[in-house]
Design a protein around this ligand. Structure first.
Ligand code: NAG
Ligand code: NAG
Ligand code: NAG
Ligand code: NAG
Ligand code: NAG
Ligand code: NAG
Length: 253
């Protein structure tokens, strides 16, 4: 399968990006090897919305969502509206996946749940604006990532994903979890705490107004950030029971 090569080229293209684009480019045609990579990439996608239907013909620089340098003809940018390709889920041995600044956006495909060797998954956004780059409708696929140690979903829209905590509670190896600005709206109850390896939890900016009792069972917790939420009154007893805690941020509540 040519897929891994095309994906590598694609990522190389995406990392090259962020430079100026040609709105007034000349009749220079695109680089053939890059055109081939884009075609392979397109073939690997299920382009249900037909957004890539313009991806035909020789000059890939005229295709929608593709931007080339008007000096060199190199593809400099793929438009941000390209979703995470589902076939990433077939790279079953993948241990590390970081799509945090790669230019993908949209709904996160449930196929990522096939990556059972994954130890690090970073879909978090580090931009300062408030827009959500990724959306998750249900996080249940993540419950299959049994090797996961690190999960960052900062600014991923989880409002619809009401199963987020049940899914995450299926990850006994998880030690770092970051869910900043995910529109969680609260922390659901749990009947049995499985995430006992968790040492770092960041829930900033989620309109949370109370800390559930079950959190005191996450006994190895060292870092807890719950700033920028809606807590009022005294510090809950639950936090006092976290005997390993060395860092606590309750500010801006
Ligand atoms: C493209 O070429 C034009 C003139 O040929 C130049 O003015 C412009 O800066 C170049 N870059 C972009 C992004 O248009
Ligand atoms: C680009 O097109 C213009 C006319 O549209 C032509 O004069 C010029 O020779 C072309 N340049 C190349 C490199 O083909
Ligand atoms: C993912 O990439 C971003 C941007 O390059 C970086 O800041 C972040 O630390 C990476 N995440 C992991 C888990 O390595
Ligand atoms: C991966 O996951 C999706 C959705 O969860 C599933 O439909 C697909 O058959 C799985 N297998 C492979 C090899 O991608
Ligand atoms: C805890 O994890 C086990 C598997 O490790 C799972 O069977 C069980 O449903 C989980 N409990 C909850 C409350 O999610
Ligand atoms: C928390 O730990 C206590 C003592 O081990 C146990 O009895 C209780 O069921 C646990 N609660 C949850 C929600 O896991």
């Amino acid at each position: 399968m040519g897929i891994p090569t095309s994906i590598l080229v694609l990522f190389a293209l995406l990392f090259l990006a962020e430079l100026e684009l040609c709105s007034t480019r000349s009749n220079l045609s695109c680089i053939e090897s890059e055109r081939e990579a884009l075609v392979k990439f397109k073939e690997s996608l299920t382009d249900t919305s037909n957004r890539l239907s313009s991806w035909v013909g020789e000059d890939c620089c005229t295709w929608n969502e593709v931007g080339c340098s008007n000096k060199t003809g190199h593809v400099l940018k793929l438009d941000q509206r390209i979703g995470i390709p589902e076939f990433l889920g077939s790279l079953r041995s993948l241990r590390y996946l970081n799509l945090s600044s790669t230019g993908f956006e949209g709904m996160v495909p449930h196929h990522l749940g096939n990556l059972s060797s994954l130890m690090y998954l970073d879909l978090g956004s580090r931009t300062l604006d408030y827009s959500n780059i990724f959306t998750v409708d249900s996080l249940w696929w993540a419950s299959a990532l049994s090797s996961l140690k690190y999960l960052n979903l900062d600014k991923v829209m989880l409002r619809e994903a009401t199963d987020w905590l049940d899914a995450i509670n299926m990850l006994p190896s998880l030690s770092e979890l970051s869910l900043v600005d995910c529109e969680l709206g609260g922390i659901p109850p749990l009947s049995r705490v499985n995430i006992t390896s968790l040492t770092s939890l960041d829930l900033q900016g989620n309109n949370i107004d109370s800390i559930p009792l079950w959190l005191s069972n996450v006994s190895r917790l060292v870092n807890l950030r719950v700033n920028y939420n809606l807590f009022q009154g005294s510090v809950p007893d639950t936090i006092g029971k976290l005997t390993s805690l060395t860092f606590l941020d309750l500010s801006m509540n």
